[in-house]
Each structure stands twice: as structure tokens, then as C-alpha cells.
Design a binder for this molecule. Structure first.
Ligand SMILES: Nc1ncnc2c1ncn2[C@@H]1O[C@H](COP(=O)(O)OP(=O)(O)OP(=O)(O)O)[C@@H](O)[C@H]1O
Length: 193
């Protein structure tokens, strides 16, 4: 379904091959600075890079870049905001059950971003991306700012999202071995420093 062959971005030590089947999570691990974020940015076509990346056998080079970045969406560890409130960043409002699943009060959407905790911002940024229905989620430590209970809520929501339609998958950076076990990833890509 999703394949990467010889992908290399500036800051990565070696090219990476990767394959993702429908519903699958591939974990990416490695020391700080080993190139995990740079790999995900290359997969999302956010930087010039080497190698080929295919979704349903169609090369990234044949996609319109803006369509690719919605289908193959990068979720940075530190999300960017450019308007005053989170609500202003959503193409369509997040479903109430998603907000509830992440224990986010709907009122948070209307608060100034500067008044939200980093964990609230990270969860809202996740929903901001999911409402656009990406197929491949490139998750850069999506629970980095969260306590254990909140992290598990995010894991459950993401696993449910992947299972809700065919043709979805995730490449997930995680430093947490307990989380890695919970995600049942069949494949782990270990980047060396
Ligand atoms: N635009 C860039 N061009 C070249 N090298 C870069 C660029 N941005 C970052 N780097 C370097 O690439 C290397 C890998 O960075 P990356 O952010 O992918 O690491 P990481 O494995 O995600 O680390 P961490 O776990 O600390 O987030 C680092 O040495 C970094 O300094």
C-alpha cells in the first residue's frame, strides 16, 4: 500500500526502505539526532530528498504536492499555529466523540492558543490533521507532551482511526518501549546515530 525505497533527507545517516500494509503501524526508533524527524519530513515531501515513495503503486512524483501532503500527513512533535484560536485552524469541526476520546473540552477550541497547555495543543493539532482524513499518518512523538493516561487515549483514538477505513497506516516515532509494545507494530525501523 505505502512503500519507500532509498529515502534519504539531509541530516539522515543512511537511506531507508519502508513498507506499510493497510491498518499497519511501523515504529521508528533511534537516538536523538539519528534522523527520525528528517525521515518523516521526507516521506511527507516537505523537504527535497532522495528515493521514491509510493502510495497504491503511484509515485509521489506523480502526485500534486498539496494532495500528497494531505494523503501522507506529517504531525510534528511541536505543532505550528498561525491564528488566534484552535477552532480557526480546522477545515471542519472535530467530531465531539473525538474530543471526548481525548478528554478535550470543546471550549478549548475557542481559547487563545497561548492559553492552552502543550499537551492540549498537541492533541488538538492531531485532530486538526485527522479531520482532513489522511491515509498515512507520519506521527512524530504524538504523545511526547502527555501523561500516561492521555497518551493511552491518543493511542486508542489513532488505532481506531486506522481501523475505521481500509488503506490507512502510520509511521510512528516513539522512544517509549511500553508504548511500542502496546501498538503491536510488526515492523520497527531502527535508525543509527
Ligand atoms: N534542514 C536540515 N538540514 C540538514 N540537517 C538537518 C536539518 N535539520 C536538522 N538537521 C540535522 O539532522 C539530524 C537529524 O535530525 P532529526 O530532527 O531528524 O533527529 P531526531 O532523530 O528526530 O532527533 P530527536 O529524537 O531529538 O527529535 C540532526 O543532526 C539535525 O541537526
Amino acid at each position: 500500500m505505502f512503500r519507500a525505497e532509498g529515502v534519504c533527507n539531509a541530516g539522515m545517516r543512511a537511506p531507508v526502505d519502508l513498507a506499510l500494509d493497510s491498518g499497519e503501524i511501523v515504529l521508528v526508533q533511534g537516538h536523538s539526532g539519528s534522523g527520525k524527524s528528517r525521515l518523516l519530513r521526507a516521506l511527507a515531501d516537505l523537504d527535497p530528498h532522495e528515493g521514491d515513495i509510493l502510495l497504491d503503486d503511484m509515485s509521489q512524483q506523480r502526485w500534486k504536492p498539496c494532495d500528497w501532503r494531505v494523503a501522507v500527513m506529517y504531525f510534528p512533535a511541536q505543532p505550528a499555529w498561525w491564528r488566534e484560536t484552535a477552532a480557526q485552524h480546522f477545515s471542519s469541526p472535530p467530531p465531539n466523540d473525538w474530543l471526548a476520546a481525548l478528554a478535550l473540552a470543546p471550549e478549548l477550541l475557542k481559547k487563545p492558543i497561548a492559553m492552552l497547555s502543550s499537551g492540549e495543543q498537541q492533541r488538538l493539532a492531531l485532530l486538526r490533521g485527522l479531520v482532513r482524513q489522511p491515509r498515512i499518518l507520519l506521527l512524530d512523538e504524538p504523545t511526547a507532551n502527555l501523561d500516561d493516561a492521555s497518551a493511552r487515549r491518543v493511542e486508542t483514538l489513532l488505532q481506531d482511526y486506522l481501523a475505521a477505513a481500509p488503506g490507512r497506516g502510520a509511521v510512528w516515532i516513539s522512544h517509549n518501549s511500553a508504548q511500542a509494545a502496546r501498538l503491536h507494530a510488526k515492523r520497527v525501523i531502527q535508525l543509527s546515530a
